[in-house]
Ligand binder design. Sequence first.
Ligand SMILES: [Zn+2]
Length: 638
Amino acid sequence: MRLPILMIAALLLPLAACEKAAEPAKPAVVEAPAAAVAIADEHSYAEPGKVAVKHLALDLAVDFDKKSLSGTATLDLAWKDTTSTTLVLDSRDLTITKIEAGDGTTWADAPYELAAADALFGSKLSINLAQQAAKVRITYSTSPDASGLQWLTPAMTLGKKTPFMFSQSQQIHARSWVPLQDTTQVRFTYDAHLTTPKNVMALMSADNDPKAARDGDYSFSMPQPIPSYLLAIAAGDLAFQAITDRAGVWAEPAMTAKAAAEFADTGKMIDTTEKLYGPYRWDRYDILVLPPSFPYGGMENPRLTFVTPTVIVGDQSLVSLIAHELAHSWSGNLVTFSTSRDAWLNEGFTSYVENRIIESLYGKERADMENVIERNELKAEFTDENKDLQPLAVKPGVLKDPDDNLSGTVYTKGAWFLQFLEQRIGRAEFDGFLKAYFEHFAFQSISTVQFAEYAKTNLLDKYPGKVTQAEFDAWLYQPGIPDTAPQTASARFDAVDQARTHWLAGHMAPADIDSAKWTTQEWVHFIEGLPETLTEAQIKQLDAVWKFTGTPNGEIAQRWYPLTIRSGYLAARPAISDFLARIGRRKLVMPTYKALAATPDGLAFAREVFAKARPGLHPITIGSVEAALADKPATATP
Ligand SMILES: [Zn+2]
């Protein structure tokens, strides 16, 4: 349905030319290998084949009253095309007041052109230089509506006293707070100087110092080259609590102890992953717990994972999120995908590694349960309408907005593919392959084709007779789930299935089900296996014993509330209203909004609740909810 428009957009795009220290003793800068990138990034105006940014120096003031960052971004340039003198950058909603070119000591004004804004890609910024300059310095400020930043009033925080701000740059939102080459094909090191109000602590995806004095003046250095989507900033009333000597938690003071307890296994997770795939290359690994409005579960900002507080449920049952974000330190942050069409190289590998960490720390039963839940979701996500988004390697032009990747494809099908390869090749051999892969492509951005070539030599040909090229290619280029997909059984889920069947048949009361040791995964599986609708009596029976309505667990809530809505159970509405006002994590709230939007009465209720929740929500979540509550479903709208 979206295909024709996407193809047009893809064709038009190239034609739019008119328009702080954990270990301060280690300042060594990691050199990014010169990657031979031939594939264009459809989602960036940058021309990294002509010139590439090697280093970024930021000097920014954080202004909570104006909801703006302002100051300078200085870009160090490496020219590749000897004839080119134009630097093309990505930007969105930036107010640019001055651009200079120079060598770092002498500067001269440089003329530039800021093209009209494209709704998805922002404004192409072309800087016309008299000659190939070593550096370009841009003086600018961000818009209060910058798509990559969220500004929270004190009332929207836990402590209620201090404002809070944070970034979410993935996939193409870094351009809304820094003018740069916003593509995964360019890696750069960075340093930054930030000023904030004195009572505010600032952090970045860099060398945060756990002992930094809170004085409103902060300096950061990131010596490992990163792609732009890993550029991150946060500022607020933040305190630190150590987990191990190289890992810790940053959060609002009332949350640090709780978070450190929930994430107590982080040190073990790092050790486990290092044993499997080689050294952790980013020095410290800290976790920043954000307010509940964070639109995602987590974001793998290097050295400082950003996480939603919704996984802090008291029993460590949702810490696979930390395993996931940590795994990105190898898959994604170290070996990066070269276009959004190759996103599965990022999320699929990461979901695979995440599952291995969970298996190693918490056992195969838990890893299997998580696999089954994710694969069931994948099967539900695949429909005849989205077949073009189901191959791991999406065709050029299909993906209009890089945020529109089908998560089931890139995460779960990607991981399932690697689980298939592991099963056929053998675990020890496949572990060796992955370890070598992370080493071989470290600090590079690669495409699916490069992965496939590497795997042909180092996997298919090296272990003949295990996997055919046709079997391998089917995962990459065909929609759906290949017949070769290994199946996973879970004895604990079998017990849940049995309990549910007995209850539905009227043979067993909820109180008689032996659920004392059930974890989040089992509750989720129980609810997911229920019929499309229940009677009011059935819902009341379950609520009387297990109190699903009003649950503080977002994984349960995101599945239970849509069921009550489909069943016409209006008594759940006050709890739904509270849930939607409290939580901004897109994955958790969208199923409930979508279920409400299915009936006129539900839609009216949803709009009312959304109007109240909106001021506390992130722009990314607001966009998704608005689309779901529009007159037509988002997928049917061009
Ligand atoms: Zn991820």
